[in-house]
Design a protein around this ligand. Structure first.
Ligand SMILES: CC(C)(COP(=O)(O)OP(=O)(O)OC[C@H]1O[C@@H](n2cnc3c(N)ncnc32)[C@H](O)[C@@H]1OP(=O)(O)O)[C@@H](O)C(=O)NCCC(=O)NCCS
Length: 375
Protein backbone atom coordinates (compact mmCIF):
# COMPACT_ATOMS: atom_id res chain seq x y z
CA UNK A 1 0.00 0.00 0.00
CA UNK A 2 1.45 3.35 -1.04
CA UNK A 3 0.90 6.57 0.85
CA UNK A 4 0.70 9.85 -1.05
CA UNK A 5 1.23 13.42 0.18
CA UNK A 6 -1.61 15.60 -1.07
CA UNK A 7 -1.69 19.40 -1.07
CA UNK A 8 -5.03 19.93 0.64
CA UNK A 9 -4.89 23.52 1.87
CA UNK A 10 -3.33 26.83 0.86
CA UNK A 11 -3.25 30.25 2.44
CA UNK A 12 -1.46 33.56 2.19
CA UNK A 13 -0.78 36.69 4.20
CA UNK A 14 0.45 39.94 2.69
CA UNK A 15 1.01 43.29 4.39
CA UNK A 16 -1.40 46.07 3.45
CA UNK A 17 1.26 48.67 2.69
CA UNK A 18 2.17 48.85 -1.02
CA UNK A 19 5.40 50.33 -2.32
CA UNK A 20 5.08 51.31 -5.97
CA UNK A 21 7.81 52.03 -8.50
CA UNK A 22 6.83 55.69 -8.28
CA UNK A 23 7.42 55.58 -4.52
CA UNK A 24 10.89 54.10 -5.18
CA UNK A 25 11.66 56.96 -7.55
CA UNK A 26 11.51 59.25 -4.51
CA UNK A 27 14.10 57.08 -2.75
CA UNK A 28 16.72 56.11 -5.39
CA UNK A 29 17.65 57.16 -8.91
CA UNK A 30 15.40 54.91 -10.96
CA UNK A 31 12.26 55.00 -13.09
CA UNK A 32 9.05 53.05 -13.43
CA UNK A 33 9.98 52.34 -17.06
CA UNK A 34 13.41 50.89 -16.08
CA UNK A 35 12.01 48.66 -13.33
CA UNK A 36 9.09 47.36 -15.40
CA UNK A 37 11.16 46.70 -18.54
CA UNK A 38 14.02 44.96 -16.60
CA UNK A 39 11.94 43.01 -14.06
CA UNK A 40 8.17 43.20 -14.72
CA UNK A 41 7.59 44.46 -11.17
CA UNK A 42 5.14 47.33 -10.56
CA UNK A 43 4.72 47.21 -6.79
CA UNK A 44 5.55 45.16 -3.71
CA UNK A 45 4.21 44.83 -0.14
CA UNK A 46 6.07 46.10 2.92
CA UNK A 47 5.49 44.75 6.44
CA UNK A 48 4.08 47.15 9.03
CA UNK A 49 5.55 47.75 12.48
CA UNK A 50 3.47 44.96 14.06
CA UNK A 51 4.15 42.44 11.31
CA UNK A 52 7.06 40.02 11.18
CA UNK A 53 8.03 36.79 9.46
CA UNK A 54 6.31 34.79 12.23
CA UNK A 55 3.06 36.79 12.27
CA UNK A 56 2.69 36.59 8.47
CA UNK A 57 3.53 32.87 8.56
CA UNK A 58 0.94 32.20 11.26
CA UNK A 59 -1.77 34.06 9.36
CA UNK A 60 -1.06 32.16 6.13
CA UNK A 61 -0.95 28.87 8.07
CA UNK A 62 -4.36 29.41 9.66
CA UNK A 63 -5.93 30.17 6.27
CA UNK A 64 -4.34 27.05 4.75
CA UNK A 65 -5.65 24.93 7.64
CA UNK A 66 -9.14 26.39 7.17
CA UNK A 67 -9.10 25.49 3.48
CA UNK A 68 -7.96 21.97 4.30
CA UNK A 69 -10.51 21.64 7.12
CA UNK A 70 -7.75 20.59 9.50
CA UNK A 71 -7.40 21.70 13.10
CA UNK A 72 -3.98 23.00 14.34
CA UNK A 73 -3.81 20.15 16.88
CA UNK A 74 -3.95 17.65 13.99
CA UNK A 75 -0.72 19.00 12.44
CA UNK A 76 2.29 16.70 12.92
CA UNK A 77 5.05 18.87 11.46
CA UNK A 78 5.65 22.55 10.68
CA UNK A 79 8.45 23.64 8.38
CA UNK A 80 9.06 27.34 7.82
CA UNK A 81 11.31 28.12 4.88
CA UNK A 82 12.65 31.64 5.19
CA UNK A 83 15.57 33.83 4.19
CA UNK A 84 14.53 36.37 6.83
CA UNK A 85 13.65 34.34 9.93
CA UNK A 86 12.45 36.03 13.10
CA UNK A 87 15.74 35.16 14.88
CA UNK A 88 18.86 33.09 14.14
CA UNK A 89 17.31 30.90 16.82
CA UNK A 90 14.77 29.82 17.98
CA UNK A 91 13.19 28.67 14.75
CA UNK A 92 10.34 30.78 13.39
CA UNK A 93 8.44 27.49 12.98
CA UNK A 94 8.37 27.11 16.78
CA UNK A 95 6.84 30.58 17.16
CA UNK A 96 4.21 29.68 14.56
CA UNK A 97 3.55 26.37 16.36
CA UNK A 98 2.89 28.24 19.59
CA UNK A 99 0.86 31.01 17.98
CA UNK A 100 -1.56 28.75 16.08
CA UNK A 101 -1.79 26.19 18.91
CA UNK A 102 -0.33 23.25 16.95
CA UNK A 103 0.46 21.48 20.22
CA UNK A 104 1.26 18.11 18.64
CA UNK A 105 3.63 19.33 15.94
CA UNK A 106 7.40 19.18 15.59
CA UNK A 107 8.73 22.42 14.11
CA UNK A 108 11.89 23.59 12.38
CA UNK A 109 13.15 26.19 9.91
CA UNK A 110 14.71 25.41 6.58
CA UNK A 111 17.27 27.64 4.93
CA UNK A 112 17.62 27.26 1.17
CA UNK A 113 16.93 30.88 0.23
CA UNK A 114 14.35 31.39 -2.53
CA UNK A 115 14.31 27.64 -3.32
CA UNK A 116 13.36 27.01 0.33
CA UNK A 117 9.66 26.38 -0.26
CA UNK A 118 10.41 23.62 -2.79
CA UNK A 119 12.97 22.04 -0.44
CA UNK A 120 10.52 22.21 2.49
CA UNK A 121 7.65 20.76 0.48
CA UNK A 122 9.86 17.93 -0.70
CA UNK A 123 11.01 17.16 2.90
CA UNK A 124 7.48 17.23 4.33
CA UNK A 125 6.11 15.08 1.49
CA UNK A 126 8.88 12.51 2.07
CA UNK A 127 7.96 12.32 5.77
CA UNK A 128 4.34 11.68 4.84
CA UNK A 129 5.16 9.14 2.15
CA UNK A 130 7.28 7.07 4.57
CA UNK A 131 4.31 6.94 6.94
CA UNK A 132 6.22 8.81 9.68
CA UNK A 133 3.61 11.59 9.84
CA UNK A 134 0.09 12.19 8.54
CA UNK A 135 0.02 15.94 8.03
CA UNK A 136 2.34 18.89 7.67
CA UNK A 137 2.25 22.65 7.34
CA UNK A 138 4.81 24.01 4.89
CA UNK A 139 5.24 27.77 5.02
CA UNK A 140 7.34 30.29 3.09
CA UNK A 141 7.46 33.62 4.90
CA UNK A 142 9.56 36.75 4.47
CA UNK A 143 10.10 40.29 5.66
CA UNK A 144 12.85 41.08 3.14
CA UNK A 145 12.18 44.81 3.48
CA UNK A 146 14.08 44.67 6.79
CA UNK A 147 17.25 43.38 5.06
CA UNK A 148 17.18 45.53 1.95
CA UNK A 149 19.50 48.49 1.58
CA UNK A 150 17.03 51.16 0.53
CA UNK A 151 19.89 53.12 -1.02
CA UNK A 152 20.93 50.25 -3.35
CA UNK A 153 18.83 50.68 -6.49
CA UNK A 154 19.84 47.30 -7.92
CA UNK A 155 18.31 45.31 -5.04
CA UNK A 156 15.68 47.52 -3.39
CA UNK A 157 13.45 47.48 -6.48
CA UNK A 158 13.25 43.67 -6.48
CA UNK A 159 12.08 42.45 -3.10
CA UNK A 160 8.82 42.43 -1.14
CA UNK A 161 7.24 40.91 1.98
CA UNK A 162 4.59 38.20 2.36
CA UNK A 163 3.86 34.61 3.30
CA UNK A 164 2.23 31.54 1.82
CA UNK A 165 1.41 28.14 3.29
CA UNK A 166 0.41 24.68 2.11
CA UNK A 167 -1.16 21.88 4.13
CA UNK A 168 0.01 18.40 3.16
CA UNK A 169 -2.00 15.33 4.17
CA UNK A 170 -1.53 11.60 3.76
CA UNK A 171 -3.92 9.61 1.60
CA UNK A 172 -3.87 6.24 -0.16
CA UNK A 173 -5.38 7.87 -3.25
CA UNK A 174 -2.65 8.46 -5.87
CA UNK A 175 -1.68 12.10 -6.43
CA UNK A 176 -0.09 15.00 -4.55
CA UNK A 177 3.66 15.56 -4.51
CA UNK A 178 5.07 12.98 -6.95
CA UNK A 179 8.72 13.84 -7.42
CA UNK A 180 11.31 16.54 -6.80
CA UNK A 181 14.87 17.47 -7.75
CA UNK A 182 16.97 19.57 -5.40
CA UNK A 183 20.33 21.08 -6.32
CA UNK A 184 23.05 23.31 -4.90
CA UNK A 185 26.35 24.90 -5.86
CA UNK A 186 28.04 26.63 -2.93
CA UNK A 187 30.81 27.94 -5.16
CA UNK A 188 28.32 30.69 -6.05
CA UNK A 189 27.67 31.65 -2.41
CA UNK A 190 28.99 35.17 -2.84
CA UNK A 191 26.68 35.99 -5.76
CA UNK A 192 23.81 36.61 -3.35
CA UNK A 193 24.33 36.89 0.36
CA UNK A 194 23.80 38.69 3.63
CA UNK A 195 27.41 38.79 4.79
CA UNK A 196 27.27 39.81 8.46
CA UNK A 197 25.35 38.78 11.56
CA UNK A 198 26.30 35.10 11.39
CA UNK A 199 29.24 33.30 13.01
CA UNK A 200 31.62 34.20 10.17
CA UNK A 201 31.19 37.94 10.69
CA UNK A 202 29.39 38.64 13.96
CA UNK A 203 27.78 42.04 14.33
CA UNK A 204 30.22 44.83 15.15
CA UNK A 205 30.08 48.61 14.77
CA UNK A 206 32.20 48.14 11.67
CA UNK A 207 29.90 45.56 9.98
CA UNK A 208 26.96 47.85 10.62
CA UNK A 209 28.86 50.90 9.33
CA UNK A 210 29.75 49.00 6.14
CA UNK A 211 26.12 47.96 5.55
CA UNK A 212 27.02 44.28 5.72
CA UNK A 213 23.64 43.38 7.23
CA UNK A 214 21.91 44.13 3.96
CA UNK A 215 21.35 41.86 0.96
CA UNK A 216 24.30 41.97 -1.45
CA UNK A 217 23.85 40.66 -4.95
CA UNK A 218 25.59 40.30 -8.27
CA UNK A 219 22.45 40.73 -10.37
CA UNK A 220 23.93 39.75 -13.73
CA UNK A 221 25.47 36.56 -12.36
CA UNK A 222 22.20 35.51 -10.72
CA UNK A 223 20.32 36.31 -13.89
CA UNK A 224 22.59 34.08 -16.01
CA UNK A 225 22.46 31.26 -13.45
CA UNK A 226 18.65 31.42 -13.20
CA UNK A 227 18.08 31.31 -16.95
CA UNK A 228 20.37 28.24 -17.13
CA UNK A 229 18.71 26.15 -14.41
CA UNK A 230 14.95 26.81 -14.58
CA UNK A 231 14.19 24.86 -17.76
CA UNK A 232 16.61 22.03 -16.88
CA UNK A 233 15.14 21.47 -13.41
CA UNK A 234 11.61 21.47 -14.85
CA UNK A 235 12.55 18.92 -17.52
CA UNK A 236 14.19 16.74 -14.88
CA UNK A 237 11.10 16.36 -12.66
CA UNK A 238 8.81 15.88 -15.66
CA UNK A 239 11.12 13.10 -16.82
CA UNK A 240 11.34 11.55 -13.32
CA UNK A 241 7.52 11.43 -13.17
CA UNK A 242 7.40 9.64 -16.54
CA UNK A 243 5.47 12.52 -18.09
CA UNK A 244 5.98 14.85 -21.04
CA UNK A 245 6.19 18.63 -20.74
CA UNK A 246 2.86 18.87 -22.64
CA UNK A 247 1.20 16.94 -19.77
CA UNK A 248 1.99 19.75 -17.34
CA UNK A 249 -0.99 22.07 -16.98
CA UNK A 250 0.70 24.89 -15.10
CA UNK A 251 4.26 25.82 -14.17
CA UNK A 252 4.53 27.94 -11.04
CA UNK A 253 8.01 29.48 -11.04
CA UNK A 254 9.81 31.51 -8.40
CA UNK A 255 8.66 35.07 -9.02
CA UNK A 256 11.97 36.91 -9.38
CA UNK A 257 11.94 38.48 -12.81
CA UNK A 258 9.58 38.38 -15.80
CA UNK A 259 12.56 38.04 -18.17
CA UNK A 260 13.86 34.96 -16.31
CA UNK A 261 10.42 33.33 -16.59
CA UNK A 262 10.26 34.18 -20.30
CA UNK A 263 13.72 32.64 -20.80
CA UNK A 264 12.52 29.45 -19.04
CA UNK A 265 9.45 29.36 -21.30
CA UNK A 266 11.66 29.69 -24.38
CA UNK A 267 13.95 26.93 -23.05
CA UNK A 268 10.98 24.60 -22.61
CA UNK A 269 9.37 25.72 -25.90
CA UNK A 270 6.19 26.60 -24.03
CA UNK A 271 4.04 29.73 -24.27
CA UNK A 272 4.35 32.02 -21.22
CA UNK A 273 0.61 31.47 -20.62
CA UNK A 274 1.54 28.07 -19.17
CA UNK A 275 3.40 29.89 -16.39
CA UNK A 276 1.73 31.50 -13.41
CA UNK A 277 3.06 35.03 -12.95
CA UNK A 278 2.09 37.51 -10.24
CA UNK A 279 5.42 39.23 -9.57
CA UNK A 280 4.03 42.46 -11.01
CA UNK A 281 2.19 43.16 -7.73
CA UNK A 282 4.33 41.36 -5.13
CA UNK A 283 7.92 41.53 -6.47
CA UNK A 284 10.33 38.83 -5.34
CA UNK A 285 9.10 37.49 -1.99
CA UNK A 286 11.74 34.70 -1.85
CA UNK A 287 10.30 31.56 -0.19
CA UNK A 288 6.79 33.03 -0.21
CA UNK A 289 6.65 33.62 -3.95
CA UNK A 290 5.63 30.11 -5.08
CA UNK A 291 2.81 29.62 -2.53
CA UNK A 292 1.61 33.20 -3.20
CA UNK A 293 1.46 32.45 -6.93
CA UNK A 294 -0.22 29.07 -6.34
CA UNK A 295 -2.87 30.69 -4.18
CA UNK A 296 -3.64 33.17 -6.91
CA UNK A 297 -3.73 30.43 -9.56
CA UNK A 298 -6.42 28.65 -7.49
CA UNK A 299 -8.35 31.92 -7.06
CA UNK A 300 -8.25 32.47 -10.83
CA UNK A 301 -9.55 28.93 -11.49
CA UNK A 302 -6.30 27.93 -13.20
CA UNK A 303 -5.90 24.75 -11.12
CA UNK A 304 -8.31 21.83 -11.19
CA UNK A 305 -8.09 18.51 -9.31
CA UNK A 306 -5.99 16.11 -11.37
CA UNK A 307 -3.88 18.83 -13.00
CA UNK A 308 -0.13 18.33 -13.10
CA UNK A 309 1.89 21.28 -11.82
CA UNK A 310 5.60 21.99 -11.63
CA UNK A 311 6.98 24.33 -8.98
CA UNK A 312 10.44 25.54 -9.94
CA UNK A 313 12.82 27.96 -8.27
CA UNK A 314 16.35 29.20 -7.68
CA UNK A 315 18.13 31.36 -5.19
CA UNK A 316 21.08 32.09 -2.95
CA UNK A 317 23.37 29.22 -2.05
CA UNK A 318 23.30 28.79 -4.91
CA UNK A 319 20.26 26.53 -4.75
CA UNK A 320 17.71 25.50 -7.33
CA UNK A 321 15.11 22.80 -7.74
CA UNK A 322 11.74 21.70 -9.01
CA UNK A 323 8.84 19.64 -7.75
CA UNK A 324 6.07 17.95 -9.69
CA UNK A 325 2.67 17.44 -8.10
CA UNK A 326 -0.81 16.41 -9.09
CA UNK A 327 -3.21 18.99 -7.74
CA UNK A 328 -5.75 17.54 -5.31
CA UNK A 329 -7.78 20.13 -3.42
CA UNK A 330 -9.14 19.45 0.07
CA UNK A 331 -9.49 15.75 1.00
CA UNK A 332 -12.76 16.39 2.81
CA UNK A 333 -15.23 18.16 0.55
CA UNK A 334 -16.67 20.09 3.48
CA UNK A 335 -14.48 23.06 4.21
CA UNK A 336 -14.54 23.82 7.88
CA UNK A 337 -13.67 27.12 9.36
CA UNK A 338 -10.79 26.44 11.69
CA UNK A 339 -11.24 28.40 14.85
CA UNK A 340 -8.16 30.16 16.08
CA UNK A 341 -8.14 30.40 19.82
CA UNK A 342 -5.66 33.30 19.92
CA UNK A 343 -6.37 34.22 23.55
CA UNK A 344 -6.32 30.59 24.65
CA UNK A 345 -2.98 30.04 22.87
CA UNK A 346 -1.50 33.11 24.50
CA UNK A 347 -2.81 31.96 27.91
CA UNK A 348 -1.27 28.50 27.35
CA UNK A 349 2.09 30.06 26.42
CA UNK A 350 1.95 32.29 29.53
CA UNK A 351 1.04 29.32 31.76
CA UNK A 352 4.03 27.37 30.41
CA UNK A 353 6.37 30.34 30.94
CA UNK A 354 5.16 30.73 34.56
CA UNK A 355 5.51 26.98 35.16
CA UNK A 356 9.09 27.09 33.89
CA UNK A 357 9.82 30.07 36.19
CA UNK A 358 8.39 28.22 39.24
CA UNK A 359 10.30 25.04 38.33
CA UNK A 360 13.45 27.15 38.09
CA UNK A 361 12.86 28.58 41.56
CA UNK A 362 12.23 25.12 43.09
CA UNK A 363 15.21 23.48 41.37
CA UNK A 364 17.38 26.49 42.12
CA UNK A 365 16.58 26.20 45.85
CA UNK A 366 17.28 22.44 45.84
CA UNK A 367 20.62 23.09 44.13
CA UNK A 368 21.50 25.60 46.86
CA UNK A 369 20.46 23.17 49.62
CA UNK A 370 22.63 20.34 48.25
CA UNK A 371 25.57 19.59 50.59
CA UNK A 372 28.85 20.89 49.26
CA UNK A 373 31.10 18.13 47.93
CA UNK A 374 33.94 17.21 50.28
CA UNK A 375 37.35 18.33 49.23
C1 LIG B 1 19.09 43.24 -11.16
C2 LIG B 1 18.63 43.19 -12.62
C3 LIG B 1 17.17 43.57 -12.70
C4 LIG B 1 19.43 44.20 -13.41
O1 LIG B 1 19.02 44.17 -14.76
P1 LIG B 1 20.08 44.12 -15.94
O2 LIG B 1 19.37 44.19 -17.22
O3 LIG B 1 20.95 42.92 -15.69
O4 LIG B 1 20.83 45.47 -15.71
P2 LIG B 1 22.41 45.66 -15.64
O5 LIG B 1 22.96 44.99 -14.43
O6 LIG B 1 22.94 45.28 -16.96
O7 LIG B 1 22.49 47.22 -15.41
C5 LIG B 1 22.24 48.12 -16.44
C6 LIG B 1 22.42 49.52 -15.91
O8 LIG B 1 21.27 49.88 -15.13
C7 LIG B 1 21.69 50.44 -13.89
N1 LIG B 1 20.70 50.14 -12.87
C8 LIG B 1 20.72 49.17 -11.94
N2 LIG B 1 19.61 49.24 -11.18
C9 LIG B 1 18.89 50.28 -11.65
C10 LIG B 1 17.66 50.85 -11.28
N3 LIG B 1 16.91 50.37 -10.27
N4 LIG B 1 17.21 51.91 -11.99
C11 LIG B 1 17.91 52.41 -13.02
N5 LIG B 1 19.10 51.92 -13.42
C12 LIG B 1 19.57 50.86 -12.74
C13 LIG B 1 23.03 49.82 -13.62
O9 LIG B 1 23.77 50.63 -12.75
C14 LIG B 1 23.63 49.70 -15.01
O10 LIG B 1 24.19 50.94 -15.31
P3 LIG B 1 25.61 50.99 -16.11
O11 LIG B 1 25.35 50.29 -17.41
O12 LIG B 1 25.84 52.44 -16.23
O13 LIG B 1 26.59 50.28 -15.23
C15 LIG B 1 18.86 41.78 -13.23
O14 LIG B 1 20.22 41.53 -13.37
C16 LIG B 1 18.23 40.68 -12.43
O15 LIG B 1 17.02 40.62 -12.29
N6 LIG B 1 19.06 39.77 -11.92
C17 LIG B 1 18.58 38.67 -11.10
C18 LIG B 1 18.32 39.16 -9.70
C19 LIG B 1 17.48 38.22 -8.91
O16 LIG B 1 16.55 37.63 -9.39
N7 LIG B 1 17.80 38.12 -7.62
C20 LIG B 1 17.09 37.30 -6.70
C21 LIG B 1 17.38 35.87 -6.90
S1 LIG B 1 16.36 34.89 -5.92
Amino acid sequence: MSIYAHITGWGIAVPEKKLTNNDLMQMVETSDEWIVSRTGIHERRIAGANESTATLASKAALQALSNAGLSPVEVDLIIVASSTPEYIFPATACLVQDHIGATNAGAFDLSAACTGFIYALSMAASQIRTGAIKSALVIGSETLSRFVNWEDRETCILFGDGAGAFVLQASEAPGGVLTSALHSDGSGAKSLMLPAGGSRQPTTMETVRQGMHYIQMNGREIFRFATRVMAKATEKVVDQAGLKIEDVNLIIPHQANQRIIEAAARGLKLPTERFMVNLDHYGNTSTASIPLATYEAVEQGRLQPGDYIVLVGFGAGLTWGALLAQWSGPLSKTQRRVRHFGTLNRARALFRQVTRRIEGMIWGREEKEKPKSRK
